[in-house]
Design a protein around this ligand. Sequence first.
Ligand SMILES: Cc1cc2nc3c(=O)[nH]c(=O)nc-3n(C[C@H](O)[C@H](O)[C@H](O)COP(=O)(O)OP(=O)(O)OC[C@H]3O[C@@H](n4cnc5c(N)ncnc54)[C@H](O)[C@@H]3O)c2cc1C
Length: 503
Amino acid sequence: MSQTYDVIIIGAGHNGLITAAYLARAGRKVCVLERRALIGGAAVTEELFPNCKVSTLSYLCSLLQPRIVDELQLAQYGYRIYPKDPPFFTAFPDGQHLFFWQDLAKTQAEIARFSSRDAEQYPAYCDYIERLCAQLEATLLQTSPDPSDELLAFSQRSTHDVLDEWFESGEVKATLATDGIIGYNGGPSTPGTAYNMLHHLMGMAAGQRGLWGFLRGGMGAVSNAIAQAAQAHGATIRTEAKVERILTKEDQAYGVALVSGEEIYGSIIVSNAHPKRTFLELMEAPSLPSDFRGQMERWQTEGTSVKINLLLDGLPNFKAYPTEGLGLPHRSTMHILHSIEYLDRAWEEAAQGRCSTHPMLELGIPTAYDDSLAPAGKHLMSVFAQYAPYCLSDGVWDETKKNDFADRCLATLAEYVPNIYDIVLDRKVISPLDIEQEYGLIGGNIFHGAMSIDQLFQRRLSPRTPVRNLYLCGSGTHPGGGVMGAPGFNAASEILTDFATHA
Ligand SMILES: Cc1cc2nc3c(=O)[nH]c(=O)nc-3n(C[C@H](O)[C@H](O)[C@H](O)COP(=O)(O)OP(=O)(O)OC[C@H]3O[C@@H](n4cnc5c(N)ncnc54)[C@H](O)[C@@H]3O)c2cc1C
């Protein structure tokens, strides 16, 4: 028998769950339909290795809006963050290392080992970034963002350009440049990466700007906490319920058809699925205005990131900062890169359809903070590697190509961490094609679409679509990707406004 809801949400990514929680909290009858057996989308914890809880894709939290955490009372449902200190550690090929700390004076002392001028500049740089982040923050929980001229001008610049203006040390610039390129289809010298840097700096783990942390229980814990909040308000969440088609009549959405053949009806349909999936696969062409369909066909969503999850029998011992047991590097985000030029070269290869010969590696060890993730004595390490393009010049991603790239990443790491081969017990490699096929992020772009200036602010998608009663709530909408929750919140706000208008 078919069922009827006020709202049907396609996809239980963290944004879909947030939309569900807010609408259920407002008294609406809500049903969330997730195609996978597990909720969370890209914010998920899976048992990739026996008795281990692995954050398969996203691995750190900072951007989740404090208002959402408070209003949905997520702490009550197990949301707990371990802010990293030190936030960053970079190992350089000449044996030097650089830490960034939560404490400003300690960071300045570190930077001073490379440049006393940069150390003096650093507080003013932080103030400058703070001013821009405050401007960006003001646009997040809005559906018609109106960024300031200063913010717009900054967003069009390259990370390299910005950092050159402030610093002279190559080591300091390279370390700070990583935020500009994570998930970006471009190198630090690509215009637009300055925005990407700000996007990664605007968060507030533990109330400190730019700070990131691990979640107790892995990234799936945030999705589970939101789901519990939604369920506490009466929302229904179904897994293994893949939507095949959005049902429309006279340009108006009225339900969904599942692959099982079941039809479910709703006054409002909201899609957390990728915009290309929503408009180009789940809907029939005549239901959409042709200019909008064209915009969706042109939506840029190619990714260049590979995630490698490692099970370790010990801890990596860095040549640049030897440790016995758990040490400071392990508590930070560890970077392997030489310089801005190294990163640009790595990107240039990807732009030609080849995986970087010398990739950038961002490493994290959540078991350094959270003993609930792996059996005693074992550690998990996430390796986020760039660049490995979705579109390869010599074919498509397969097991051989994945393993070749993972071998290259480990060989790069071994130059800095000689014991790495001794401690790796197992690995799971996730290519851009896997990110698309298994997790639904089309093109492997980790943000549901490039975070470039032509797809940001008012040029990002709106929760409102050209189809009546159909809304979007995922990262393809403003303010974009990351485990931030703002797209889900914004969709719920628009829908509640519309319910009130039509009441
Ligand atoms: C490798 C990687 C690393 C990342 N690292 C970080 C990080 O450390 N920190 C951070 O903040 N962000 C990170 N991100 C980005 C972040 O995880 C995503 O931008 C964000 O989680 C997307 O959330 P979402 O709810 O918008 O969409 P998604 O999480 O993509 O959720 C969409 C949901 O819709 C479901 N769905 C799709 N089609 C259908 C259908 N037909 N029927 C039913 N269900 C459907 C999908 O299965 C999925 O569950 C990372 C992403 C990746 C891929």
